[in-house]
Write a protein that binds this ligand. Structure first.
Ligand code: ADP
Ligand code: MG
Length: 701
């Protein structure tokens, strides 16, 4: 019977066998030939030539030499043990050093003394002498592969090593696999290959394991990256198509009295071009009988609240209720305050519901929500509770996306007969590459323009040695009537050490800024809600000039008169957090400042973060660097990172390929949503075989 060789399990592969197959399964989920083929090298060693010891320069990367080890000795210096070998190749001598060495390895080195070997590693220079630490050593007679070229290095684990699956064994298995003359079917349409000048799949997969040179390797890598993005987009975009068909929602066909009156008579400022464009995008969605699932991204201060408000007015114009949910109480209160103020002139009922509302105050709100008199409700997670029943919820706006899980988003859906339209707002800009992958099935709107007249915030880096001058600067700004935030890292609200930092800081600031001339407020996560509110209000009303706080103020707090943000131990914050905190200033007409304080010596990553902050105010640029430094998984939280496990593509580096693949898939699906044309047979077959479970594909095919 014909069997697709790619489906063969690897225990039948020469060089593998049942034992090794088991290990490969448990460590890397490699079951079949096709899985092994997809186990890509993560780097290559360049063995394209042999160096002479006399040629070694201090800048050399990893190199390969041929010669003999003429002496081995063990040196014990106190606790530090090392094995040192003397290598000679006729042109000179080189020291080889092992700090940790297994007994069998030591024996092998002894046994191979004076025989011809190939060694490989990165030379180090010390006192003008060169050495290689932990070199690879191989007898020339063993190394059939002392052919010159690029050699694959495979990801490995301790268990793999213990079971004897060394890199060489992996290489041999790969060679044996390809020796079976396997042809790997194409999965990207021929016309796409031609258009993007991509090599075929079969060739690419062979080359990725055994490239003859860098040119070939690059072509293979490019093709495989494209393929990875191509299918990712195929999954996302077909999911989007399925959603559009499946998730019916109430259309909002009109823009009516509320929207128009507000827009024409009460709008406090001219909308920015970006705000107008986004409203238009939302309008187009809302007219459809399909659920809107839109992500609204805009940097801090870009004016998302106004977009939210106008969207809510459209819902009300069409006879529906709207809900706005925020991640913290402070933020919910703030939304409530700014929205009631804006709607002052219209007769629209707005209420606030948070966990700290008493039962008595809650009751009438819940009643009016259920009988439909209440049109807009703003709140925290409390809105998701079962007792919150809507009359006809038509729109749910979620502020600050990634503090809410997908499951919580879904809870909203069940609160209406047809799922409400959903607008997700986030002030943490995500690089376009990431939103395309993470939220590839959502539509994305971006406010990429700040309201006019904002002065860019000046960001400065200062160390503890500058503290007095920083205090002086704060005093000067306060003398001009401004206010100042001082923020301390409090990673865990329960962390006592961090809290002590905050309290010490509060005390030293209170001493440097004494009453009655100055007032200092303090806010942190372990205060009672009422205390927090009291302190916040004193600061808001300019009764205190300095607010010492933890990151509870990270999101949403709006005090336009505050013009200085001092961040203590800023090396302990992530980039997106620093950017969020900086966004608390620069909200008024005055020049604002962000001062990043650091303590001791900074590591490379902290340096890069602080440098980035000092260089740019653009949240999307900040996010790009963040992506580069942290990787996509960390950036989005591990919970969601599953979809971001790319085999070969790299979101931070390969955005051009991602965009090209996205456009290409869009064009294909627009023209042929079910991939009916036979030119897509290979693609469709691969998709159904590997990704069917990820999409309700049956719906559209
Ligand atoms: P964010 O996007 O961070 O939620 P906000 O909606 O809070 O931003 O807006 C920040 C500030 O900018 C608010 O004081 C708001 O009134 C103001 N604002 C919003 N849009 C405009 C605009 N088009 N012109 C001038 N000011 C605006
Ligand atoms: Mg906001």
């Amino acid at each position: 019977m014909y069997q697709n060789p790619l489906k063969k399990t690897i225990e039948y592969l020469k060089g593998a066998g049942p034992e090794r197959a088991k290990t490969l399964q448990s460590e890397f989920r490699i079951f079949r030939y096709e899985d092994l083929i997809q186990h890509f090298p993560f780097r290559y060693v360049d063995k394209s030539k042999f160096y002479k010891t006399s040629e070694i320069s201090s800048t050399a990367a990893e190199i390969q030499l041929k010669g003999r080890i003429v002496q081995i000795e063990e040196i014990n210096q106190g606790k530090i043990k090392r094995v040192v070998g003397k290598f000679q190749d006729g042109s000179g001598t080189l020291e080889l050093v092992w700090f940790k060495i297994a007994a069998w390895q030591k024996e092998k080195l002894q046994a191979d003394l004076h025989k011809e070997v190939v060694i490989y590693g990165k030379p180090n220079e010390f006192n003008g002498k060169f050495s290689i630490t932990h070199p690879e050593v191989e007898l020339v007679e063993d190394a059939k592969s002392v052919q010159l070229g690029l050699f694959p290095v495979y990801p490995s684990t301790e268990k793999l090593q213990k079971k004897g699956i060394s890199n060489r064994v992996m290489q041999k298995m790969m060679l044996n696999l390809f020796a079976e003359n396997i042809t790997i079917p194409e999965n990207i349409p021929e016309n796409v290959l031609q258009h993007f000048k991509l090599i075929g799949r079969n060739e690419a997969l062979k080359t990725i394991h055994f490239p003859k040179n860098l040119v070939e390797l690059n072509a293979a890598v490019r093709r495989l990256k494209f393929e990875e993005f191509f299918f990712l987009n195929l999954i996302n975009l077909s999911q989007k198509a399925v959603n559009k068909q499946k998730n019916r929602s109430n259309p909002f066909p009109i823009v009516g009295e509320y929207f128009n009156r507000f827009y024409n008579e009460y709008l406090p400022f001219e909308l920015t071009g970006a705000q107008k464009r986004v409203i238009k995008e939302i309008r187009t969605d809302l007219r459809q009988p399909a659920q809107m699932n839109r992500l609204l991204q805009g940097d801090v201060g870009s004016g998302k609240t106004m977009v939210a408000l106008l969207t809510m007015l459209i819902a009300i114009d069409n006879g529906y209720q709207a809900a706005l949910i925020a991640p913290t109480e402070i933020l919910a209160i703030q939304h409530y305050e700014s929205i009631t103020e804006l709607l002052n002139c219209l007769d629209v009922s707005v209420e606030l519901l948070t966990g700290s509302k008493t039962k008595k105050k809650r009751q009438p709100i819940l009643e009016n929500l259920e009988n439909g008199q209440l049109k807009i409700i703003i709140g925290t997670h409390a809105l998701l509770e079962d007792q919150v029943v809507f009359n006809n919820l038509g729109l749910a706006i979620i502020d600050e996306q990634h503090r809410f899980g997908v499951a919580q988003r879904a809870k909203f859906w069940r609160k209406a007969k047809l799922p409400p339209h959903v607008l997700v707002m986030t002030a943490t800009p995500i690089p376009r590459t990431l939103s395309m992958t993470m939220y590839g099935d959502l539509d994305v709107s971006v406010i990429d323009e700040l309201p006019q007249g904002r002065k860019p915030i000046k960001t400065l880096h200062k160390t503890d040695a500058h503290r007095l001058s920083v205090f002086k600067f704060m005093k000067d700004e306060i003398a001009k009537g401004r206010q100042v935030y001082v923020v301390y890292p409090l990673i865990e609200e329960s962390d006592k050490l961090d809290l002590k930092d905050l309290m010490d800081g509060y005390e030293s600031i209170s001493r440097a800024f004494p009453l009655p001339e100055y007032g200092v407020s303090i806010v942190h996560g372990r205060q009672k809600a009422a205390d927090k509110e009291f302190e916040m209000n004193r600061f808001k009303n300019n009764e205190t000039q300095i607010l010492v706080a933890t990151t509870v103020i990270e999101v949403g707090v709006n005090v336009p008169n505050a013009s200085v943000m001092v961040i203590e131990n800023s090396e302990r914050f992530g980039l997106s957090q620093l950017h969020q905190l900086r966004g608390r200033v620069g909200r008024g007409a005055e020049q604002s400042y962000c001062i990043l304080m650091t303590g001791g010596k900074l590591n490379e990553v902290s340096k890069r973060r602080i440098q980035t902050m000092c260089e740019t105010n653009d949240g999307f640029k900040v996010a790009e660097v963040d992506l580069e430094l942290r990787g996509p998984g960390d950036m989005m939280g591990t919970q969601q990172s599953g979809v971001l496990n790319f085999k070969i593509a790299d979101l931070a580096k390969d955005k051009e390929i991602l965009y090209a693949a996205r456009k290409c898939v869009e064009a294909i699906l627009n023209q042929d949503p079910t991939l009916a044309n036979p030119i897509y047979n290979g693609t469709k077959q691969y998709f159904l075989e590997h990704h069917k479970d990820k999409v309700g594909w049956s719906q559209i095919s």
